[in-house]
Structures are given as structure tokens and as C-alpha cells.
Design a protein around this ligand. Sequence first.
Ligand code: SAM
Length: 219
Amino acid sequence: MKEDWKFQRRRARLVEELREKGIINERVLRAIGTVQRQHFVDPAFLARAYHDEALPIGMKQTISQPFTVAYQSQVLDAKPGERILEIGTGSGYQAAVLCEMGARLYTIERVRGLYEHTAPLLRSLGYRANCRFGDGMLGWESMGPFDGIIVTAGALDVPDSLLKQLKLPEGMKPGGRMVIPVGGREQQMMTYIVRMGEDEFDRVAMEAFRFVPLLGKTQ
Ligand code: SAM
């Protein structure tokens, strides 16, 4: 079905807005310029599908702001064919952006209603994401190790199980990388982690964001 031209125009404008806000990775901008965000928002918010804002998706959860999706995607920089694990499928929008970038995507959602809505939605839009219902804090060991892990909810700390599912370095090539917002309820620092050895991880705190909390036994 042909897409309404007004969405195409709004999406092109959003891409320019993200460029102005500092997103420079052309592969990310191309993916955002391709994924039809109108399919991932609640129909009540259709008119705001291309506003640079987070929107409610029900079950007290949100679809992340496009800038946040672009920022995390730029930091992760998933290459075609890489195995990427996403924690927090939510609306599926971030998953679709990573699929457009060529990632082999695995994504976990802890709220059953969202999982049941989003897994078929991604399939119907042609995105071959592997979706799972469960606690993402535990990762997806049988499908690992991963080139990249992206956590799209605010964590109090970095779950050990996720660190252990990053690929180990090979020769001069660094190991898997993770982008995860870490901090309290009010604000988290976007944190970039690279596995450098069995128990060795480089960790850089970047900018402050505000996410819904990563839900687990302790939150
Ligand atoms: N990536 C999503 C998107 O593009 O719409 C972002 C959704 S929202 C900001 C974060 C999501 O993480 C919510 O859907 C929430 O239910 C989910 N979540 C929170 N804790 C989780 C956990 N332990 N395991 C899996 N998903 C979790």
C-alpha cells in the first residue's frame, strides 16, 4: 500500500531536525528516513508520529523520542549482519531502525501485552526481528554472544548477565559493545561499554537522558 505523502514529508523533516540536533551517522539517518513511525505509535497520537517526542504506547510504557533512538543507534553503530540484542522491544520502532541498518536483531519485552502486539506488527511490516517475551535483564544466552546490546529502559546498574553475553575480543578487534542508560529514576547517563577481555570492560558515560525504568526483580 502506498504511503500517504504527508508522512513522507514529515519524516524527511524529522531527519533534518535530527541532523540539526547533532546526529551525523548517515546510516542511522537513512534508517530513520525509511521506517514508517506512524505504524508504531498509538493511533490516538498519529498526528504527532513525526514530532521529536516520546509518546505513550499503553501499559505505562512509551515509544522513545526519535532523537533518543537516533542517539543510541549512532552510539551502537550496528553494522550489516551483526548480532544485536535489544532489551525493551516496546513499540518495535527502535527494533525496526536497527533492522533497517542491517542488524540481525534479537529483542526482548517484559510486558506481555506489548510483546503480543509488537511481534506480529514487526513481522507484518517485513522486519525479521526475533522477538521474545521475558526479562531482558537476563539477556538471551542461547542466541549470544552479541556484537552489540542496546538497552532502551533506565537501569540502576549494568546487569552482569548482559556483560557476559557480549562477544570477547578477537586479536586486535575489540569485543562486543553495549549502550545502556544507567542511573536513578529521574535521570540516567547514556553509557557505552566495550568488552576488552574476559572480565575487562571499558566504560564511558555520555549524556543525560530520562527513560522509563528497566523492570526487574529489584525495580
Ligand atoms: N525500544 C522501545 C521502542 O522503540 O518503542 C522503547 C520502549 S520503552 C522506552 C522501554 C521498554 O522496555 C518498555 O516497553 C518496557 O516494558 C521494557 N522493559 C522494561 N524492563 C524490561 C526488562 N527487564 N526486560 C525487557 N523489557 C523491559
